[in-house]
Design a protein around this ligand. Structure first.
Ligand code: SF4
Length: 113
């Protein structure tokens, strides 16, 4: 189980956890790697999420990760009670985003510079 500010964010067996929840993703991305240049690979989004403070939800059952979340939906995540969603691999997450949206949002950018 992955908790944030007292709220369950993701729950499931080890094999079911997919790190699709934005907080789970941040948490796993924060584990240091023992190799030179590891910090250079951390993108701006992760740094912004990691440096924001923990805030209590504005309303009782809204998402406590709202202020730090890079994929938040203003007017929804900070207003509506956050639903629990069953993912296809068996884990459950607490998020307004669907599994399909979270997969799409976590995919690497296709932009080529
Ligand atoms: S409910 Fe909204 S703010 Fe909370 S993790 Fe999901 S997308 Fe982000």
């Amino acid at each position: 189980m992955i908790l944030y500010a007292g709220q369950m964010m993701e729950h499931g067996s080890r094999s079911a956890l997919r790190q699709l929840h934005p907080y789970s993703n941040l948490l796993i991305s924060s584990v240091p790697e023992l190799r030179q240049g590891w910090l250079d690979g951390i993108n701006e989004t992760v740094l912004k999420e990691a440096s924001a403070g923990v805030a209590r939800p504005a309303r009782g059952e809204t998402c406590s990760f709202f202020e730090r979340c890079s994929v938040r939906i203003p007017g929804c995540c900070d207003v509506e009670p956050t639903p629990f969603r069953q993912l296809s691999k068996g884990a459950r997450i607490r998020c307004q985003r669907t599994e399909e949206e979270l997969i799409e949002l976590s995919a690497p950018s296709q932009c080529q510079y």
